[in-house]
Design a protein around this ligand. Sequence first.
Ligand code: GLC
Ligand code: CA
Length: 559
Amino acid sequence: MEKKWWQEAIVYQVYPRSFQDSNDDGIGDIRGIIQRLPYLKTLGIDVIWLSPIYQSPNDDNGYDISDYQAIQPEYGTMADFNTLLKEAHRLGLKLMMDLVVNHTSDEHFWFKESRKAKDNPYRDYYIWKDAKNGEVPNNWASDFGGSAWAWDAVTQQYYLHLFSKKQPDLNWDNPKVRAEIYQMMTWWLEKGVDGFRMDVINLISKDQKFPNDPNVNYQNHSSSMEMAANGPKVHHYLKEMNEKVLSKFDIITVGETPGVTIEEAKLYAGFESNELQMIFQFEHAVIDDSTEGLGKWSNRRADLVELKQILSKWQIGLHNEAWNSLYWNNHDRPRVVSRFGNDNEEYHNRSAKMLASTLHFMQGTPYIFQGEEIGMTNVAFDNIEDYQDLDTLNAYQDLVVEQKRLTHDEMLEYIHHSSRDNARTPMQWNNQQNAGFTNGRPWLEVNPNYDKINVEKALFNPTSIYYYYQKINQLRKEYPIIVYGDYELIDPDNSKTFVYRRKFNNQQLLVISNFTEETLETDYCNFDFESSKRLISNYSDDLGKTLRPYESKVYLIND
Ligand code: GLC
Ligand code: CA
């Protein structure tokens, strides 16, 4: 296997709306990101993944794009973007753009034309169908609730939207659509951007028979994304995209691929497949979904044995054949320290570090989501009015107001646990007004714990989570075994510890984590300490076989 720079890189995701406001309108912006580039450089990351900054009516916070080649005015101008790119490059950081091409906004020029008339030249840019016996063309459900089809009164047909009504799906079977997208991608790459994170890219090819979804249940808030996932021509289109665009540049690409299996992943991200470099698989990200058919709306705690089994399956399944991405967090998921760790003050610091070690010593390209490096936690707003995410608001309306399946209090508890807004509260920079994010009114309230958890405090404290992430990032550069070693899970059935071994040439890496607040006696450290080195730990001393609450340690062993 030929080594690639993006295998050794560390990616940091910026969610622009919530990162740093520079003009006090309460909305993060590009100039704010520019101000914070030195902070990111110091953390030791290599690539910034920028969530969408394109022109958008903002129905889904920028994942509904009305012009792919214009900047959202609230984020700044194209000149600001050019400065960001230049400044990032000057600091040796790369910039990866979000590419949202499964759908556009309904306010995109193409869709505005498309909906005008059946014979409009843009009609076939989208997926239009006649009513079937006066009803929707099939039973597919939108990921944000309700049918995935919207009726258009003017032309008397339905259009498909796997997400909100304001996100009509593009028709990838139309070669003109593909040509436009490839041209737009090339335009960005020629401008100098360093790659793409591709939004729900495995949904782009729909089965033209549009079969009904056997598992659909609108009451259960289920989505029919799986019906569109890994469709008949998806690999053909990605190979074409690779040939026409991606292969001409030395860039990083990652596909967001809900419902992907190991076998499919090898096709998308296989070393020989000429499609993408890596993908985001979803299995561990949906591990605590509802068991009562309410999708992600639950307050379940993930089962550690299952979590280990999933992550290990991906480590082993792709080894030598394809490349993993490593992530706990993104803008769609609750905060990991609250989810798999412990955000009580006593264990917050140690459990956040333990989670970092557990994931970042695996094989794959690591992704850090803004705020993860200081252990930002879930938020618990008392009022539904304080939430902004359309997915959360739709689910509340559906499950509490309309179906009355959940009480307000039950749903609020689930929202506190699972809402996407957990990840989207403003970045906590300091203990000043609005956590230093803005001097105006933030678009989404800040998490009230910003006086305890913030960047300024972390930078002053040598044992902060921030410096732990920084150290891990340095270790990854120093020891090829972390990037390239193979993987073996130890003690798979243990429900309290996560232990694995990596091997590379004549070295071994042993990663040991206690996922509980108990002190455990183990026999994992039955090796000769003389020939080993403790690379990192969240306790200053080492009690050998005894693991203290949330203790995590990583040894390098020379055979
Ligand atoms: C992806 C994005 C999510 C968005 C959806 C529709 O899953 O990560 O934020 O809502 O696609 O674009
Ligand atoms: Ca602003």
